[in-house]
Design a protein around this ligand. Structure first.
Ligand code: FEO
Length: 394
């Protein structure tokens, strides 16, 4: 994509990655992504905001050449992760006068990750400013969106917030601004659930901090920009602050149909009691959809068969992932079937210490479920319904 003017003297110079389907060798990208980078040309100085993932460095460098940018004074690094910082060494090579501007913590990380020489850095404190002449950059420290070193930049005269991962979405699109709010809401929620949710108590403060600025445009480093910032600000507020909803998330595996029959029965029983259930067969599910469902759910029930005396490894993977994402769940339980014995419940429960949940009685049956097992599943559904009602989860 060639450079595009965002406002007078401000250009989008990043890259669209239409075909990428996995991030961090973990996160599915059903809609590709983009690495947004911006050039700000002031009356005296020029700044580059973030760079691009290294395999697409040529797009950024060609765009800078195409725009006739013959000098960069400041390469702003909001975040040390390589999808934004990875091409900075190429930028520093092309522009030997450029200094990397970042938080002190980001400087240490960039030295470790990219081996950038120490004398190429300027570190900035929270709320510190740099003047480009007729444009002023204010740096706002916003830890944990997405790593501990992250910051955002507010361009005062144009009221633009350059937010890097904060408010971003993995979405490849030619639209400069959000055109389909439903599509972007889903992509941004997916993104929030995968990388922001574990740090939500800190990010609550970050959100309140940036909401105190008068913002016309949010320009993230993934996905389209927001010319109606309240759309994404309101969405983040809801994801960060709302109470859980009357939802059960039910990831499961079934090998020979026994656990599958229990899942089917429990889902029906929960639905009868007015509870929304989101069921995920882990052999085929998109892990991002599971992560998204965890943003709002009050309860997780894990459906697991026993394999070699322990939980099925695919379920163990999902449990470890849910534990890492630290969703705002309040209740958990485990259902499943075994052949002759094992420690499935104990081992699985030990994999989710970060989930500050009350454990409701598991339902584990030997072989195919019988009448007593269905009764136990009804009791579990009733217990969940009671808990949700007590807390007014709607
Ligand atoms: Fe888009 Fe945390 O990097």
């Amino acid at each position: 994509m060639k450079p595009r003017e965002l406002k007078k003297g401000i250009y989008c110079v990043g890259a669209i990655d239409w075909d990428r389907r996995l991030f961090d060798s973990l996160i599915p990208l059903p809609d590709g992504t983009s690495y947004n980078s911006y050039v700000i040309q002031g009356s005296e100085k020029t700044a580059l905001i973030d760079s691009v993932d290294p395999p697409m460095a040529h797009v950024l460098l060609d765009n800078l050449t195409g725009l006739g940018v013959d000098n960069i004074d400041y390469a702003i690094a909001h975040h040390a992760e390589q999808d934004h910082s990875g091409s900075i060494p190429r930028v520093l090579e092309k522009y030997p006068e450029a200094k990397v501007v970042c938080t002190p913590k980001c400087k240490d990380m960039l030295i470790d990750l990219l081996l950038i020489p120490e004398d190429r850095f300027i570190t900035v404190a929270d709320k510190e400013t740099i003047s480009l002449g007729d444009k002023t950059l204010e740096f706002v420290h916003t830890p944990w969106v997405h790593w501990p070193e992250t910051m955002v930049t507010y361009l005062r005269e144009d009221k633009i917030l350059f937010s890097c991962d904060f408010f971003g979405s993995h979405l490849a699109t030619t639209d400069m601004y959000v055109s389909d709010e439903g599509q972007v809401y889903e992509a941004a929620k997916r993104y929030y659930s995968e990388i922001m949710m574990p740090f939500r108590t800190t990010i609550q403060k970050d959100l309140e901090k940036v909401q105190s600025y008068d913002i016309d445009i949010i320009a993230p480093s993934h996905g389209p920009m927001y010319d109606k910032p309240e759309f994404i600000m309101n969405a983040y507020h809801s994801w960060l602050f709302d109470e859980p909803k009357n939802i059960v998330v039910l990831p499961y595996i079934s090998m020979h149909g026994s656990t599958g029959r229990m899942v089917e029965y429990l889902v029906s029983s929960l639905a009868e009691k007015g509870i929304t259930v989101k069921q995920f067969d882990l052999t085929v599910t998109d892990i991002g959809k599971l992560a998204m469902a965890l943003v709002d759910a009050a309860t997780i029930v894990i459906g697991v068969p026993t394999v070699h005396a322990g939980p099925h490894p695919v379920v163990a993977y999902a449990a470890i992932l849910a534990n890492a994402l630290r969703p705002n769940l309040k209740y958990a339980s485990i259902i499943g079937s075994y052949g002759w014995g094992g420690k499935t419940v104990e081992q699985l429960a030990a994999m989710i210490p970060n989930l500050k949940v009350e454990i409701l009685d598991p339902v584990i049956c030997k072989g195919y479920p019988r009448e007593a097992d269905f009764k136990a599943l009804d009791n579990l559904a009733a217990a969940i319904a009671e808990k949700h009602k007590e807390n007014n989860y709607t």
